[in-house]
Design a protein around this ligand. Structure first.
Ligand code: HEC
Ligand code: HEC
Length: 282
C-alpha cells in the first residue's frame, strides 16, 4: 500500500476549500483545441452531502494512483484521467459525458448486464492493473456519482450491445493488418518520446505507456486497434492529429513491448471484500 502523498493531502484541502462554493470546474485548464464544451460543467453541484460525494469522485478519478482511498486498489502509475482526459470531460477521448445514460448495459466480455458501478470497478482491474474495490464502497459510489452527475439532464438510453456511452470512441476504418511497428518506432520517437520517454517509462509530462507501471494486457488499450482509435482522438494532448495509419503504426509499436499480464483471479479481492462480481467467474 502506498503512502498518503502530500499531493493528495493538498487535493483534499483544496476540495475542502472548494466546498465553500457549489460549482465544479476541471482541475486543469483546458488545452486550446476544441476540448471542454459541455454545459454540465457550469451547472451547480447538488447541495449537501451529495455534492461533496460528487466532488470526491472527481478527485478520485484524477488522483487514482495516489489518493489514500484509491491507492490500495491501484497497481500502476495511471489515474482514470490518464485516458479519460480532462477529468472525463474531453468530448472524444474516452469521454465520461453522457456515459451514465447507457447503463445498465449488456457486456459481451463479461456476458452479464453491468451497472455503471460494475463498469467502473472493472477498470481498476485492467487499465489500472489493480484490485477491484468493493461494490458499494465509498470509492465506487463516489466515482459513480461523479460520472452520473456528468450525465445530468440527458435521456437514459440503455445500451443493449456494449458497455459504452453515447460518445464511445469510433472504430477506425483501417484494420490491424496494415499496422507497421517499424514505422511506428520512428513516429513514436518524433511525436511521443518527449513526454513518454524513448523507453516508454514516462516523464513528469506523461505517464508510462508500457512496462510494469502501465496498463495490463486486459485493458482496452492493450489491443492495437483499441489503442490506435484512442490515440487518434487523444494524443498528443494539445493536438490530436494522427492519421489512422500513423495511429495504428504507433499502437503496434507501443504494444509490442511487455506490460503486466492480466489474469482475472489475481485482480479480484477475497470474496468477503468484493460484494457481487458481476461477470464470468475465473
Ligand atoms: C489505460 C487507459 C484507461 C484508464 C487508466 C482507465 N480507463 Fe476507463 N476506459 C478506457 C477506454 C479506452 C475505455 C473505452 C472507451 C470507449 O470505447 O469509448 C474505457 C471505458 C470506461 C468506462 C465506460 C465508458 C462508456 O462509454 O460506457 C468507464 C465508466 C470507465 N472507463 C471508468 C474508468 C475509471 C473509473 C477509471 C479509473 C479507476 C478508468 N476508467 C481508468 C481507458 C482507461
Ligand atoms: C506533450 C506531452 C505528450 C505528448 C507529446 C504525448 N503524450 Fe501521451 N500523454 C500525455 C499526458 C499528460 C497523458 C495523461 C493525460 C492526463 O493526465 O491528463 C498522456 C497519456 C497517454 C496514454 C494513456 C496513459 C498511459 O500512459 O498509458 C497513452 C497510451 C499515451 N499518452 C500515448 C502517447 C503516444 C503514443 C504519443 C505520441 C503520438 C503521445 N502519447 C504523445 C502527454 C503527452
Amino acid at each position: 500500500m502506498k503512502k498518503r502523498s502530500p499531493l493528495s493531502l493538498g487535493g483534499l484541502l483544496c476540495s475542502a476549500l472548494l466546498g465553500l462554493g457549489y460549482t465544479l470546474t476541471p482541475a486543469t485548464a483546458p488545452p486550446e483545441t476544441g476540448q471542454v464544451a459541455d454545459s454540465s460543467l457550469d451547472r451547480p453541484l447538488p447541495s449537501g452531502p451529495l455534492g461533496e460525494v460528487i466532488r470526491l469522485g472527481r478527485d478520485l478519478v484524477a488522483e487514482t494512483a495516489t489518493h489514500p482511498l484509491t491507492a490500495p486498489f491501484s497497481g500502476n502509475d495511471l489515474n482514470c484521467t490518464s485516458c479519460h482526459l480532462q477529468n472525463g470531460t474531453h468530448e472524444t477521448a474516452a469521454s465520461f459525458l453522457g456515459v451514465a445514460t447507457a447503463y445498465p448495459a449488456w457486456s459481451p466480455r463479461e456476458q452479464r448486464v453491468l451497472t455503471l458501478e460494475d463498469r467502473i470497478l472493472n477498470c481498476f482491474m485492467r487499465s489500472c492493473n489493480g484490485t477491484r474495490p468493493p461494490l458499494g464502497s465509498q470509492v465506487s459510489v463516489a466515482i459513480a456519482a461523479y460520472i452520473t452527475w456528468l450525465s445530468s439532464d440527458q435521456a437514459i438510453q440503455m445500451n443493449a450491445t456494449g458497455p459504452h456511452g453515447p460518445r464511445a470512441i469510433p472504430s477506425l476504418t483501417l484494420g490491424e493488418s496494415v499496422a507497421d511497428a517499424a514505422s511506428g518506432a520512428t513516429l513514436y520517437a518524433e511525436k511521443c518520446a518527449d513526454c513518454h520517454k524513448i523507453d516508454g517509462q514516462g516523464t513528469a509530462d506523461g505517464p508510462p505507456v508500457w512496462g510494469p507501471r502501465s496498463f495490463n494486457t486486459g485493458a482496452g488499450l492493450s489491443k492495437v486497434t483499441g489503442l490506435a482509435k484512442w490515440l487518434k482522438v487523444a494524443m498528443p494532448p494539445d493536438q490530436a492529429d494522427l492519421s489512422e495509419q500513423e495511429a495504428l503504426d504507433i499502437a503496434a509499436f507501443v504494444n509490442s513491448h511487455d506490460r503486466p499480464k492480466f489474469e482475472l483471479f489475481e485482480h479480484l479481492p477475497p470474496a468477503d471484500q468484493m460484494g457481487q462480481y458481476n461477470g464470468i467467474q475465473p
